[in-house]
Structure formats: structure tokens, C-alpha cells
Write a protein that binds this ligand. Structure first.
Ligand code: TMP
Length: 254
């Protein structure tokens, strides 16, 4: 079998050429990084969990008419996705104060915000993904004003969907990040949700106990990241049996 072509390797995922035009294969690695890769570890099973969880969220979004790049899962670590032209901006939506917002504005962690607050960060590792305004995005031609309006609408729909799904399993969606890409359909172009949606890119707190169930467990050394993600997957009914065996059982080969 011919070796497939690697298109892009990031910190947590690899993109390979897909089987059809305009498709890619997205491979989820076990690597975890934080603070712009100053902190690194391999968390066995993380890639498998994030592949499944991202499939779960993107499938749900597709089903309610929020377009995403997700086509289908291929195996434990890989999914088939639509190729997009990435907008070089991360869109963060916050429902409760935490993380860099708490630090920047001196807000107590966990304080409910008066409404969902949306922020843009310019995707540039060398600069540490700085916070930017709509003015920057338009002036430097990273996206148009229409794209920004579309990104805001997408992100708020994703927020409503995810908040509801997590609330149903006793989890508070504190904040999250999405990335957006452009696809062309004939003469038309539109923006769709791309990259991944997983506990790597959300803040998730247990509503009862406040236990953190997201990448902050790794950032802040709060315990086992695999256990936290497995708990999220278990509550959502995603791979309950495999997940239970993930840490103890024989090593999966793929
Ligand atoms: P922040 O509070 O560190 O700005 O993060 C806000 C949200 O965005 C949080 O859910 C984590 C997520 N996030 C990413 O997914 N990737 C990143 O590079 C950063 C900085 C945050």
C-alpha cells in the first residue's frame, strides 16, 4: 500500500491526504501540550477519546444544521473531514469567567458572565496566539467583516448546543474555543466549524462538585487527564466500554 501524504502536523493532530478530492484524514495524537507547548506529555488514550468526542459533537452540530468539516469516523484515531481554508483566528466563547479572562480583568473564576462573551485570538504560535479585535482581523485581511459576522453566529450556535448537551449530563460549559474554515460550493463560499471540539478545547466543570474535566487537569496538575476525559465520554454515552478498559487493558495497536 502506498504511503499516504502528510499534509500538516500540529501539536495534537496530524492531517493526511484523504481518499477523495477535497477531503483529509484527521489523526488524533496522544500528545498534550499547554502554555504554547512549554509543557508537554503523552497521555495514553487521549487521541482515541478526542476522536470519539469530536465525532459526537460535530455529528450533533451537523444534525441541527450547524455545518462542520466532519464527514465520518474511520477508526479509533482517525476521521474523514472536508478540506477547508482555515481562517487564522480562534473563536473563544465564555459563559463563566476563567482562565485568561479572569487574569486579564481580575474576575473571580466561576463568576457567571452577564451574557456569552466572544473573543478572537490570532493563530500564531510564535506570538502566543494574541487576543485581537475585529478591527485587526479586517485590517490585516485575516477575514472579512461578513466572515466575522458568520463566525460569531456559528460560535453562538455551537455554544447553545454544547451548553445544553453538557447541562444534560451535569457538566457546566465554562468556555470553549472553535476554529472555522472556508469551503467553496460552486460559486458560493461559506464558513464551517473545523479542527476539533473536545475537552482539549473546552473548560468543563462538574456542576455538583466543581471537579475540572478538561485540559486544565493537565495544565494545573490536578490528576489524571485520561480519567477526566473518560468521565466526560462516559456521561455522554460515548464509548463507555472501551473507555473503561483504556488505561488498564492490553495496548491497542493501530
Ligand atoms: P483561555 O482562558 O486560556 O484564553 O482559554 C479559553 C478557552 O479556549 C478554554 O476553553 C481553552 C481554550 N483554548 C484552546 O482551545 N486553545 C488555546 O490555545 C487556548 C489558549 C485556549
Amino acid at each position: 500500500m502506498a504511503r499516504r501524504r502528510l499534509v500538516y502536523e500540529g501539536k495534537a493532530k496530524i492531517l493526511y491526504e484523504g481518499p477523495e478530492p477535497e477531503t483529509l484524514i484527521q489523526y488524533f495524537k496522544d500528545e498534550a501540550t499547554a502554555f504554547n507547548a512549554q509543557k508537554k506529555a503523552v497521555i495514553e488514550g487521549k487521541g482515541v477519546l478526542n476522536n470519539r468526542l469530536s465525532e459526537f459533537f460535530m455529528t450533533g452540530l451537523n444534525a441541527i444544521g450547524v455545518p462542520t468539516h466532519f464527514i465520518r469516523r474511520i477508526n479509533m484515531r482517525e476521521q474523514l473531514i472536508r478540506m477547508v481554508e482555515m481562517i487564522p483566528v480562534e473563536v473563544v466563547v465564555r459563559n463563566y469567567a476563567a482562565g485568561s479572562l479572569s487574569k486579564r480583568l481580575g474576575l473571580p473564576e466561576g463568576q457567571q458572565l452577564p451574557r456569552p462573551i466572544l473573543e478572537f485570538y490570532y493563530k500564531d504560535d510564535a506570538l502566543g496566539d494574541p487576543l485581537v479585535s475585529e478591527e485587526h482581523i479586517v485590517a490585516f485581511n485575516w477575514a472579512s467583516q461578513q466572515d466575522i459576522d458568520d463566525m460569531i453566529a456559528l460560535a453562538l450556535r455551537v455554544n447553545d448546543f454544547l451548553s445544553g448537551v453538557f447541562l444534560g449530563v451535569g457538566i457546566r460549559l465554562v468556555d470553549f474555543k472553535i476554529e472555522v474554515g472556508r469551503v467553496y460550493d460552486g460559486d458560493f463560499q461559506r464558513l464551517i466549524v473545523a479542527d476539533e471540539i473536545s475537552p482539549d478545547s473546552c473548560r468543563l466543570w462538574d456542576i455538583e462538585t466543581g471537579r475540572k474535566l478538561d485540559k486544565d487537569v493537565f495544565r494545573q496538575d490536578l490528576g489524571s487527564l485520561a480519567d477526566a476525559y473518560t468521565e466526560v465520554a462516559r456521561r455522554l454515552g460515548v464509548m463507555p466500554r472501551n473507555a473503561a478498559r483504556m488505561n488498564a487493558g492490553p495496548k491497542l495497536v493501530n
